[in-house]
Design a protein around this ligand. Structure first.
Ligand code: SIN
Length: 189
């Protein structure tokens, strides 16, 4: 599958007739809401974990030196905490462009803190997209992130902003915090 998913995602019309739909964010969508929303609520999805396994050619890296950004890996029983936004379907015009580098906009069950469940959407980059980098050790991931930057800023800032936002949500994400620790120990080299 090509890395540019805009055309595929714009055919995802399941919620087009709805006045509003919930979008679950687990990465930059937690801390960078550059779109109008009606409401925002901390939420979680089940059976997924955050992993820095997706290459970024367009935001936090370049085609020659890709950064590493988050996608989700399937893990039965796991819980991934994040932020859900109630938005109108018109916002997908912008969001599909923002998340174009390999992410598919798919339906998912979203659960709020009070146990209420809704069907909504998330963006997930699967192994079959050409920007996918896959697993590496946390040291290797941190080294690649420390060296990468792109039009949206340094890859390091992506991690540091995310780690701060996760702490504000009360989330203890061992993978993200380990990479943050490596980055802080390396300084800015
Ligand atoms: C997300 O935040 O939900 C998707 C991945 C990203 O944009 O960092």
């Amino acid at each position: 599958m090509s890395a540019n998913t805009i055309d595929i995602n714009q055919r995802m019309n399941r919620f087009d007739r709805h006045h509003s739909v919930w979008l679950f964010g687990y990465g930059s969508l937690i801390y960078k809401a550059d779109f109008p929303f009606i409401q925002r609520r901390p939420a979680r999805i089940h059976h997924w974990v955050r992993r820095f396994w997706q290459g970024s050619h367009d935001h936090r890296g370049t085609p020659e030196a890709p950064g590493r950004v988050l996608t989700l890996a399937s893990q039965p029983g796991a819980v991934c905490e994040g932020m859900a936004y109630l938005i109108t379907p018109q916002e997908f015009e912008h969001l599909d462009r923002r998340e174009k580098n390999g992410y598919l906009r798919l339906a998912t069950a979203i659960e709020f803190a009070d146990g209420e469940q809704v069907e909504g959407l998330f963006y997930v980059a699967r192994e079959d997209n050409s920007a996918y980098l896959g697993p590496a050790t946390e040291t290797e991931i941190a080294a690649q992130i420390a060296a990468a930057q792109g039009p949206s800023g340094s890859n390091r800032d992506y991690v540091l902003h995310l780690a701060t936002a996760l702490r504000q949500l009360g989330e203890d994400d061992a993978h993200v915090f380990a990479i943050e620790r490596y980055l802080n120990n390396r300084g800015t080299d």
